[in-house]
Design a protein around this ligand. Structure first.
Ligand code: ZN
Length: 599
């Protein structure tokens, strides 16, 4: 609720509870009697069931990572550090949210808005009317920011939005210093480093890897740098094409715009041209059908019990034997809702003695809401996002593991968590699937064959440049956390500058402060873990290549993916689950091939 219906009292209650919950978790984690009891069970009993064994192993690992074995004073200090970190992280997110909400741009001249799609203009006009203003009022939500960056012809407008977006919650930009996260960031890094040190790790990155599939700090750095080496020449060539089209040097707020122009020139098609073909209901219907063919499950509407907003829907999932679980869907952007898209668990799978709980999930996005007679319409990019979150949802819902600690997404190595989600994305690019998920919102006709072919080709468009962007962020995160000590603001800036000079292909302005709104690593659980997206993308592309080989809806392959990966949750180490499905260790080749970087 704090994320989807944010308001003063709720935020206050949330912040009051957060330290208590953290303290509770830390106290349980540091409870020596419990730790000894788990140890005794692990030593005395022959636990042959792999899921039970995983529960024990994970519990013992978590005890150690919670500082259970620390001497008294250090144990107390560790607890203090963890509590302080959780409120600092929440504070970081608040600053980002407040800074984003505070900025808006009021425009009176229609001429300044050339190029912007109708949907964005309608919303801006409605926003202005709601405040008794003439003209258009634009907020800084991601769909608006993205539309301006990719489509607004007015260069100054793009620059204004870029400046506001890339300096949020920092010491730069239009609201410089007002919600500045600088001190929050340095304190977070110092405390994380201290916590890792107390447990005997060299750095927070090393501590973070204790829960991951990747084996060591150097393995992650090598993995990222190897991909940089493979992608950078292609990324430079892609940027040169954009520059050629523009006919001048590119500022940061020009790149997305001319890149979109190049895409339109090459494919005669924009994301906005695709939007009418992807009404939300049609996409959901086709997505559910895809899941039915792959995994033999059916999905139907149910009553949204306890829904938090009229937009929220509920779906029930069954297989041939009966119910498997259900999920809430909350698709549209609105005020006081956290940006981005995510899946979270509502109820976890549990079958223990008298308990028999089926899993319930929630799938949340920030798509452009319906307006007037027009239903919610998605760009293909948003369709990909929806399939992504649906992949997480299936991972949570289809588990067969009866023990909550390792059921569904729980207990899965962090860097393998994005395997099912990114795996599902691949289906949105297939000629077998596109006709199932598309239907023009007026005529009902599926995406015309010729547009479909161009869309599929467009997947490789500027793919190396986008990959480089992700690798920059992943290296920034990992380097910040592998320093082995806290970093000053100057050192954070230096780290960023160094990565940009070695990795980035576009020239970023001095004023940008990407770290200050990097919620993944400072607000949430992706600290020293942002690389996981690429890591899991390699796994997911490789897993998907099994379907390319066998047939996109091949049922044996689908069932093997279901039983080796989705159903086992965290009860099997991620590397073993992958090998069980694919018959070998993962390879980066399929990802480079799908992205058009390797032949
Ligand atoms: Zn994800």
């Amino acid at each position: 609720l704090n994320a989807v219906m944010n308001n003063g009292p709720l935020r206050e209650a949330y912040n009051r509870c957060l330290p208590k919950l953290t303290r509770y978790a830390t106290e349980i984690g540091q409870n020596e009697s419990l730790f000894r009891a788990f140890e005794a069970v692990a030593e005395d009993r022959d636990v042959s069931d792999p899921a039970r064994r995983a529960v024990l192993e994970h519990a013992l690992r978590e005890f150690r990572l919670s500082g259970v074995a620390l001497p008294g004073e250090q144990k107390t200090r560790f607890r203090e550090v963890m509590e302080r970190l959780s409120s600092l992280q929440a504070h970081f997110e608040e600053n980002v949210l407040d800074a984003t909400n505070a900025w808006s741009r009021h425009i009176l001249k229609a001429g300044d808005l050339k190029g912007l799609p109708e949907g964005v203009l309608d919303r801006a006009r409605e926003a202005a009317e709601a405040k008794d203003l003439k003209g258009w009022l634009f907020n800084l939500d991601f769909p608006t920011f993205h539309a301006v960056q990719t489509q607004a012809h007015h260069r100054g407008l793009r620059e204004d939005f870029y400046r506001a977006w890339s300096t949020r919650a920092s010491d730069e930009g239009p609201d410089a210093g007002r919600w500045d996260n600088s001190e929050v960031m340095t304190e977070i890094l110092a405390l994380r480093s201290e916590a890792a040190g107390l447990l005997g790790f060299d750095s927070f990155a090393e501590y973070s890897l204790a829960r991951k599939m990747a084996g060591s700090v150097s393995q992650v750095i090598d993995f990222l740098e190897d991909l940089v080496a493979q992608c950078r020449p292609a990324a430079e060539a892609e940027l040169a094409e954009v520059r050629d089209l523009a006919g001048h040097d590119l500022e940061a707020w020009d790149v997305s715009y001319y890149s979109e122009q190049l895409r339109e020139k090459r494919f005669s098609m924009s994301q906005e041209d695709l939007r009418p073909y992807f009404p939300v209901d049609k996409v959901l219907e086709g997505m559910f059908e895809t899941a039915r063919r792959l995994f033999g499950i059916s999905i139907r509407s149910g009553e949204p019990v306890g829904a938090w907003h009229p937009d929220v829907r509920y779906y029930q999932v069954d297989d041939q034997e009966g119910p498997r679980g259900g999920f809430y869907v909350d698709l549209f952007a609105r005020a006081h809702k956290r940006g981005g898209a995510w899946m979270d668990e509502c109820i976890g799978r549990a079958k223990l003695d008298s308990i028999d709980d089926l899993p319930v999930a929630m799938l949340v996005c920030n798509f452009m809401p319906p307006s007037g007679d027009r239903p919610g319409l998605l760009t293909h990019h948003e369709v990909v996002t929806l399939f992504h979150e649906f992949g997480h949802t299936l991972h949570h819902l289809l588990t067969r593991v009866p023990y909550p600690r390792v059921a569904g997404i729980n207990g899965v190595a962090w860097d393998a968590c994005e395997l099912p989600s990114q795996f599902m994305e691949n289906f949105t690019w297939r000629p077998e699937v596109l006709p199932m998920i598309s239907g023009h919102h007026v005529t009902g006709e599926p995406l015309p064959e010729e547009m479909l072919q161009r869309l599929i080709e467009s997947r490789k468009f500027q793919a190396a440049r986008l990959m480089i962007r992700q690798l920059e962020l992943a290296l920034f995160d990992f380097r910040l956390h592998s320093a082995g000590k806290g970093l000053s603001r100057a050192e954070i800036d230096q780290t960023l500058a160094q990565i940009r000079s070695q990795v980035a292909v576009i020239r970023y302005p001095e004023f940008t402060r990407p770290g200050h709104s990097f919620s993944h690593i400072f607000g949430g659980g992706y600290a020293a873990g942002y690389y996981s997206y690429k890591w899991a993308e390699v796994l997911s592309a490789d897993a998907f290549s099994a379907f390319e080989d066998a047939g996109i809806f091949d049922q044996d392959t689908g069932i093997r993916f279901l039983t080796s990966i989705l159903e086992v949750g965290g009860s099997v180490p991620a590397a073993d689950a992958f090998v069980a499905f694919r018959g070998r260790a993962p390879s980066p080749r399929p990802l480079l091939r799908l992205s058009g970087i390797a032949a």
